[in-house]
Design a protein around this ligand. Structure first.
Ligand code: AMP
Length: 112
């Protein structure tokens, strides 16, 4: 079981900022920006590479909730970044699909 599934099940604690029947958002334990939140589907999808057509509504829901969470955190005006690391070369470490919501500082492009 992944660490994020354990958070969904309440087996390990997390600083939860949003929850509904489809998803859960909590603060990253190793923040890379003043605001760093992870938004995950409750459905276990290992990575974006494993997402299927049947996940279309869920993925749309996640993007819209990410936008709402960014707004709730006061990031909308100055901007924020959504990141989905997918598989090894992109640096994915937890194989439960997650959107990083990052904000509160200026960000460089291209990413490292
Ligand atoms: P990624 O490298 O894209 O797979 O991102 C995984 C993220 O999960 C990293 O930013 C970690 O800091 C974060 N993380 C790992 N374990 C926990 C945890 N128990 N609670 C909150 N964030 C976590």
């Amino acid at each position: 079981m992944t660490i994020f599934k354990k958070i969904i099940e309440g087996e390990i604690p997390a600083d939860i900022v949003y929850e509904d029947e489809h998803c859960l958002a909590f603060r990253d334990v190793n923040p890379q920006a003043p605001t760093h939140i992870l938004l995950i589907p409750k459905k276990e999808i290992a990575s974006m590479a494993e997402a299927a057509q049947e996940d279309q509504n869920l993925l749309g829901h996640l993007l819209l909730r990410a936008k709402d969470i960014a707004a709730q955190e006061g990031l909308s005006k100055n901007g924020f970044r959504l990141v989905i690391n997918t598989n090894e070369m992109a640096g994915q470490t937890v194989y439960h699909l997650h959107i990083h919501i990052l904000g509160g500082r200026a960000m460089a492009w291209p990413p490292g």
